[in-house]
Write a protein that binds this ligand. Sequence first.
Ligand SMILES: [Zn+2]
Length: 332
Amino acid sequence: MVLLENAQHVSRFIALANVNNPAKKKYLYAFSIVPLKNMDPAELVKQPQDVTENPYRKSLKESKKDKPAAAAAFQEEEPASQFFFDLGKKQQQGSVRKRHSEGDRPTQPKQPRRPPQPTGPCWFCLASPEVEKHLVISIGTHCYMALAKGCLTPDHVLLLPIGHYQSVVDLAAEVVEELERYKAAVRDFYKSRGRRCVLFERNYRSQHLQLQVVPVPVDRCSTDDIKEAFMVQAQEQQMELLEIPQHTDLKQIAQPGTPYFYVELDTGEKLFHRIKKNFPLQFGREVLASEAVLNIPTRADWRECKYSREEEESLTKKVREEFEPFDFTLMD
Ligand SMILES: [Zn+2]
Protein backbone atom coordinates (compact mmCIF):
# COMPACT_ATOMS: atom_id res chain seq x y z
CA MET A 1 0.00 0.00 0.00
CA VAL A 2 3.03 2.29 0.03
CA LEU A 3 2.01 3.81 -3.27
CA LEU A 4 -1.67 4.09 -2.51
CA GLU A 5 -1.90 5.21 1.08
CA ASN A 6 -1.12 8.52 2.69
CA ALA A 7 2.59 9.10 3.06
CA GLN A 8 4.26 7.26 5.88
CA HIS A 9 7.70 6.00 6.76
CA VAL A 10 9.47 4.15 4.00
CA SER A 11 11.90 1.31 4.76
CA ARG A 12 14.94 0.76 2.63
CA PHE A 13 16.17 -2.78 2.02
CA ILE A 14 19.64 -3.32 0.69
CA ALA A 15 20.63 -6.73 -0.58
CA LEU A 16 24.30 -7.60 -0.24
CA ALA A 17 26.23 -10.59 -1.48
CA ASN A 18 28.29 -12.95 0.71
CA VAL A 19 31.70 -11.71 1.82
CA ASN A 20 34.38 -12.47 -0.77
CA ASN A 21 31.91 -14.01 -3.15
CA PRO A 22 33.58 -15.27 -6.33
CA ALA A 23 31.43 -13.05 -8.57
CA LYS A 24 32.88 -10.03 -6.71
CA LYS A 25 29.44 -8.63 -6.02
CA LYS A 26 29.14 -5.81 -3.53
CA TYR A 27 29.19 -7.08 0.06
CA LEU A 28 29.88 -3.85 1.94
CA TYR A 29 27.64 -0.81 2.22
CA ALA A 30 28.32 2.41 4.11
CA PHE A 31 25.32 4.15 5.69
CA SER A 32 25.07 7.72 6.78
CA ILE A 33 22.33 7.47 9.38
CA VAL A 34 20.36 10.43 10.66
CA PRO A 35 18.26 9.83 13.81
CA LEU A 36 14.52 10.09 13.09
CA LYS A 37 14.06 12.85 15.63
CA ASN A 38 16.52 15.06 13.76
CA MET A 39 14.74 14.64 10.45
CA ASP A 40 12.27 16.99 8.89
CA PRO A 41 8.85 15.22 9.09
CA ALA A 42 8.26 15.87 5.39
CA GLU A 43 11.60 14.28 4.56
CA LEU A 44 10.72 11.30 6.74
CA VAL A 45 7.63 10.39 4.75
CA LYS A 46 8.97 11.33 1.33
CA GLN A 47 8.74 8.35 -0.96
CA PRO A 48 11.84 7.85 -3.10
CA GLN A 49 11.30 7.51 -6.82
CA ASP A 50 12.27 3.83 -6.90
CA VAL A 51 9.92 2.85 -4.05
CA THR A 52 7.98 -0.38 -4.59
CA GLU A 53 5.03 -2.04 -2.96
CA ASN A 54 5.74 -4.16 0.07
CA PRO A 55 6.89 -7.48 -1.44
CA TYR A 56 5.29 -9.31 1.49
CA ARG A 57 1.99 -7.59 0.92
CA LYS A 58 0.45 -10.53 -0.89
CA SER A 59 0.94 -12.94 1.95
CA LEU A 60 -0.24 -10.29 4.43
CA LYS A 61 -3.29 -9.68 2.34
CA GLU A 62 -4.11 -13.35 2.21
CA SER A 63 -3.77 -13.76 5.91
CA LYS A 64 -5.72 -10.65 6.82
CA LYS A 65 -8.26 -10.88 4.01
CA ASP A 66 -8.22 -7.12 3.56
CA LYS A 67 -8.34 -7.23 -0.19
CA PRO A 68 -11.67 -5.38 -0.59
CA ALA A 69 -10.36 -2.43 1.45
CA ALA A 70 -7.31 -2.11 -0.78
CA ALA A 71 -9.41 -2.24 -3.92
CA ALA A 72 -11.79 0.39 -2.58
CA ALA A 73 -8.94 2.73 -1.70
CA PHE A 74 -7.69 2.51 -5.24
CA GLN A 75 -11.03 3.09 -6.89
CA GLU A 76 -11.87 6.13 -4.82
CA GLU A 77 -8.99 8.08 -6.27
CA GLU A 78 -11.57 9.95 -8.38
CA PRO A 79 -10.45 8.93 -11.85
CA ALA A 80 -12.82 11.37 -13.53
CA SER A 81 -10.88 14.37 -12.23
CA GLN A 82 -7.79 13.33 -14.06
CA PHE A 83 -5.78 15.37 -16.46
CA PHE A 84 -2.20 15.61 -17.50
CA PHE A 85 -0.07 18.33 -18.88
CA ASP A 86 3.03 18.55 -20.96
CA LEU A 87 5.42 20.77 -19.04
CA GLY A 88 7.60 21.79 -21.99
CA LYS A 89 10.21 24.30 -20.89
CA LYS A 90 9.57 23.79 -17.19
CA GLN A 91 10.71 20.21 -17.57
CA GLN A 92 14.09 21.51 -18.61
CA GLN A 93 14.26 23.67 -15.52
CA GLY A 94 13.43 20.52 -13.57
CA SER A 95 16.38 18.68 -15.01
CA VAL A 96 18.72 21.56 -14.17
CA ARG A 97 17.45 21.48 -10.62
CA LYS A 98 17.94 17.74 -10.57
CA ARG A 99 21.64 18.13 -11.20
CA HIS A 100 21.93 20.56 -8.33
CA SER A 101 20.10 18.37 -5.90
CA GLU A 102 21.70 15.05 -6.61
CA GLY A 103 23.88 15.41 -3.55
CA ASP A 104 20.77 15.94 -1.40
CA ARG A 105 20.79 14.07 1.85
CA PRO A 106 18.41 14.09 4.75
CA THR A 107 21.19 15.72 6.76
CA GLN A 108 20.82 18.88 4.66
CA PRO A 109 17.06 19.38 4.49
CA LYS A 110 17.41 23.14 3.95
CA GLN A 111 19.00 22.70 0.54
CA PRO A 112 16.69 23.61 -2.33
CA ARG A 113 15.05 20.45 -3.58
CA ARG A 114 13.56 19.71 -6.93
CA PRO A 115 9.80 19.16 -6.75
CA PRO A 116 8.89 15.65 -5.65
CA GLN A 117 8.15 13.24 -8.47
CA PRO A 118 5.22 10.84 -8.50
CA THR A 119 5.99 7.20 -7.87
CA GLY A 120 3.30 6.06 -10.30
CA PRO A 121 0.86 7.62 -12.73
CA CYS A 122 -0.59 10.83 -11.30
CA TRP A 123 -3.51 12.70 -12.78
CA PHE A 124 -2.44 16.06 -11.43
CA CYS A 125 1.31 16.22 -11.98
CA LEU A 126 1.76 18.80 -14.69
CA ALA A 127 4.60 16.78 -16.21
CA SER A 128 2.55 13.60 -16.54
CA PRO A 129 2.81 12.00 -19.95
CA GLU A 130 -0.89 12.07 -20.82
CA VAL A 131 -2.41 15.50 -20.88
CA GLU A 132 -5.74 17.27 -20.71
CA LYS A 133 -4.12 20.60 -21.42
CA HIS A 134 -7.42 22.17 -22.24
CA LEU A 135 -8.36 22.53 -18.53
CA VAL A 136 -5.30 24.55 -17.58
CA ILE A 137 -5.95 28.23 -16.93
CA SER A 138 -2.62 29.57 -15.68
CA ILE A 139 0.87 28.20 -14.97
CA GLY A 140 3.29 29.68 -12.47
CA THR A 141 6.74 28.50 -11.41
CA HIS A 142 5.61 26.03 -8.73
CA CYS A 143 1.83 25.96 -9.01
CA TYR A 144 -0.85 26.03 -11.64
CA MET A 145 -4.53 26.69 -11.89
CA ALA A 146 -7.06 24.57 -13.75
CA LEU A 147 -10.76 24.37 -14.27
CA ALA A 148 -12.22 21.72 -11.93
CA LYS A 149 -13.44 18.74 -13.92
CA GLY A 150 -17.21 18.55 -13.41
CA CYS A 151 -17.07 22.07 -11.98
CA LEU A 152 -19.74 23.11 -9.49
CA THR A 153 -20.01 26.55 -11.08
CA PRO A 154 -18.43 27.69 -14.38
CA ASP A 155 -15.59 29.37 -12.49
CA HIS A 156 -14.89 26.64 -9.92
CA VAL A 157 -11.13 26.13 -10.17
CA LEU A 158 -8.33 24.05 -8.69
CA LEU A 159 -4.98 25.31 -7.46
CA LEU A 160 -2.33 22.63 -7.65
CA PRO A 161 1.42 22.25 -7.21
CA ILE A 162 3.25 21.43 -10.43
CA GLY A 163 5.38 18.84 -8.61
CA HIS A 164 3.98 15.86 -6.80
CA TYR A 165 3.05 17.11 -3.34
CA GLN A 166 0.33 15.30 -1.48
CA SER A 167 -0.99 18.11 0.67
CA VAL A 168 -0.47 21.70 1.75
CA VAL A 169 1.54 20.57 4.77
CA ASP A 170 4.05 18.81 2.50
CA LEU A 171 4.77 21.85 0.36
CA ALA A 172 8.20 23.43 0.16
CA ALA A 173 8.30 27.10 1.25
CA GLU A 174 8.59 28.51 -2.28
CA VAL A 175 5.54 26.50 -3.37
CA VAL A 176 3.48 27.76 -0.41
CA GLU A 177 4.48 31.30 -1.30
CA GLU A 178 3.22 31.00 -4.86
CA LEU A 179 0.10 29.15 -3.78
CA GLU A 180 -0.70 32.13 -1.53
CA ARG A 181 -0.26 34.48 -4.49
CA TYR A 182 -2.66 32.38 -6.52
CA LYS A 183 -5.17 32.33 -3.66
CA ALA A 184 -5.02 36.13 -3.38
CA ALA A 185 -5.38 36.50 -7.16
CA VAL A 186 -8.43 34.23 -7.32
CA ARG A 187 -9.93 36.01 -4.31
CA ASP A 188 -9.57 39.36 -6.13
CA PHE A 189 -10.91 37.86 -9.33
CA TYR A 190 -14.04 36.56 -7.58
CA LYS A 191 -14.45 39.79 -5.62
CA SER A 192 -14.50 41.78 -8.86
CA ARG A 193 -17.45 39.62 -9.89
CA GLY A 194 -19.34 40.00 -6.61
CA ARG A 195 -18.37 36.62 -5.24
CA ARG A 196 -16.86 35.25 -2.08
CA CYS A 197 -14.03 32.80 -2.33
CA VAL A 198 -14.30 29.47 -0.52
CA LEU A 199 -11.30 27.13 -0.57
CA PHE A 200 -11.11 23.60 0.66
CA GLU A 201 -8.66 20.73 0.67
CA ARG A 202 -9.26 17.07 1.35
CA ASN A 203 -6.05 15.33 2.23
CA TYR A 204 -7.54 11.87 2.19
CA ARG A 205 -7.43 9.26 -0.55
CA SER A 206 -5.77 11.76 -2.76
CA GLN A 207 -2.18 11.55 -3.93
CA HIS A 208 -1.72 15.04 -5.27
CA LEU A 209 -2.84 18.26 -3.59
CA GLN A 210 -5.94 19.80 -5.12
CA LEU A 211 -7.08 23.02 -3.53
CA GLN A 212 -10.68 23.48 -4.59
CA VAL A 213 -11.72 27.09 -5.07
CA VAL A 214 -15.44 27.83 -5.37
CA PRO A 215 -17.12 31.24 -5.76
CA VAL A 216 -20.31 32.06 -3.85
CA PRO A 217 -22.31 35.18 -4.81
CA VAL A 218 -22.01 37.86 -2.11
CA ASP A 219 -25.77 38.50 -2.13
CA ARG A 220 -26.58 34.80 -1.63
CA CYS A 221 -24.77 34.23 1.65
CA SER A 222 -22.58 35.94 4.17
CA THR A 223 -19.34 34.28 5.23
CA ASP A 224 -21.09 33.36 8.49
CA ASP A 225 -23.85 31.59 6.54
CA ILE A 226 -21.24 29.54 4.69
CA LYS A 227 -19.41 28.74 7.92
CA GLU A 228 -22.69 27.75 9.54
CA ALA A 229 -23.54 25.44 6.61
CA PHE A 230 -20.21 23.63 7.01
CA MET A 231 -20.67 23.35 10.77
CA VAL A 232 -24.25 22.07 10.57
CA GLN A 233 -23.48 19.48 7.91
CA ALA A 234 -20.38 18.32 9.75
CA GLN A 235 -22.46 17.87 12.87
CA GLU A 236 -25.05 15.88 10.94
CA GLN A 237 -22.28 13.55 9.82
CA GLN A 238 -20.85 13.44 13.33
CA MET A 239 -17.63 15.04 12.25
CA GLU A 240 -15.73 17.39 14.47
CA LEU A 241 -15.07 20.52 12.41
CA LEU A 242 -13.02 22.98 14.41
CA GLU A 243 -12.52 26.65 13.85
CA ILE A 244 -8.78 27.26 13.97
CA PRO A 245 -7.02 30.61 14.43
CA GLN A 246 -6.67 32.43 11.11
CA HIS A 247 -2.91 32.54 11.12
CA THR A 248 -2.47 28.92 12.05
CA ASP A 249 -0.02 27.18 9.79
CA LEU A 250 -1.59 23.78 9.07
CA LYS A 251 1.85 22.27 9.59
CA GLN A 252 1.48 23.06 13.26
CA ILE A 253 -1.61 20.94 13.66
CA ALA A 254 -1.24 18.26 11.00
CA GLN A 255 1.93 16.28 10.52
CA PRO A 256 2.69 15.30 6.91
CA GLY A 257 0.81 12.10 6.23
CA THR A 258 -2.11 12.96 8.56
CA PRO A 259 -5.41 12.88 6.69
CA TYR A 260 -7.50 16.03 7.13
CA PHE A 261 -10.11 18.27 5.56
CA TYR A 262 -9.91 22.01 5.77
CA VAL A 263 -11.85 25.03 4.61
CA GLU A 264 -10.72 28.61 4.21
CA LEU A 265 -13.41 31.27 4.01
CA ASP A 266 -13.02 34.62 2.25
CA THR A 267 -12.36 36.37 5.55
CA GLY A 268 -9.40 34.04 6.12
CA GLU A 269 -11.33 32.07 8.77
CA LYS A 270 -10.33 28.41 8.76
CA LEU A 271 -12.17 25.21 9.65
CA PHE A 272 -10.31 21.98 10.23
CA HIS A 273 -11.30 18.34 10.60
CA ARG A 274 -8.88 15.57 11.37
CA ILE A 275 -10.05 12.59 9.33
CA LYS A 276 -10.24 9.34 11.22
CA LYS A 277 -12.07 7.06 8.86
CA ASN A 278 -14.88 6.99 6.34
CA PHE A 279 -14.77 10.62 5.45
CA PRO A 280 -17.44 11.45 2.82
CA LEU A 281 -15.27 12.22 -0.19
CA GLN A 282 -17.65 14.82 -1.61
CA PHE A 283 -18.25 16.65 1.69
CA GLY A 284 -16.94 20.08 0.69
CA ARG A 285 -18.81 19.99 -2.56
CA GLU A 286 -22.01 18.77 -0.92
CA VAL A 287 -22.00 21.64 1.58
CA LEU A 288 -21.43 24.25 -1.12
CA ALA A 289 -24.06 22.78 -3.44
CA SER A 290 -26.63 22.58 -0.63
CA GLU A 291 -29.68 24.78 -0.31
CA ALA A 292 -27.98 26.83 2.42
CA VAL A 293 -25.19 27.96 0.10
CA LEU A 294 -25.34 27.72 -3.72
CA ASN A 295 -28.63 25.84 -3.78
CA ILE A 296 -27.67 23.57 -6.65
CA PRO A 297 -28.13 20.22 -4.86
CA THR A 298 -28.23 18.23 -8.09
CA ARG A 299 -24.66 19.33 -8.78
CA ALA A 300 -23.29 17.99 -5.49
CA ASP A 301 -22.08 14.88 -7.26
CA TRP A 302 -19.45 15.77 -9.86
CA ARG A 303 -20.47 12.74 -11.88
CA GLU A 304 -23.71 14.59 -12.59
CA CYS A 305 -21.76 17.56 -13.93
CA LYS A 306 -20.08 16.07 -16.96
CA TYR A 307 -19.22 18.35 -19.81
CA SER A 308 -18.11 17.47 -23.28
CA ARG A 309 -14.54 18.25 -24.22
CA GLU A 310 -15.71 21.19 -26.31
CA GLU A 311 -17.70 22.58 -23.38
CA GLU A 312 -14.69 22.16 -21.09
CA GLU A 313 -12.52 23.94 -23.62
CA SER A 314 -14.84 26.91 -23.90
CA LEU A 315 -15.38 27.13 -20.12
CA THR A 316 -11.62 27.10 -19.55
CA LYS A 317 -11.02 29.68 -22.25
CA LYS A 318 -13.63 31.96 -20.73
CA VAL A 319 -12.15 31.74 -17.20
CA ARG A 320 -8.64 32.17 -18.59
CA GLU A 321 -9.65 35.39 -20.35
CA GLU A 322 -11.55 36.74 -17.37
CA PHE A 323 -8.76 35.83 -14.95
CA GLU A 324 -6.08 37.41 -17.12
CA PRO A 325 -6.10 40.85 -15.43
CA PHE A 326 -5.48 39.09 -12.09
CA ASP A 327 -2.95 36.55 -13.33
CA PHE A 328 0.38 37.56 -11.78
CA THR A 329 2.22 34.96 -13.85
CA LEU A 330 1.58 37.11 -16.90
CA MET A 331 2.93 40.25 -15.22
CA ASP A 332 6.19 38.97 -13.68
ZN1 LIG B 1 1.19 14.23 -8.78
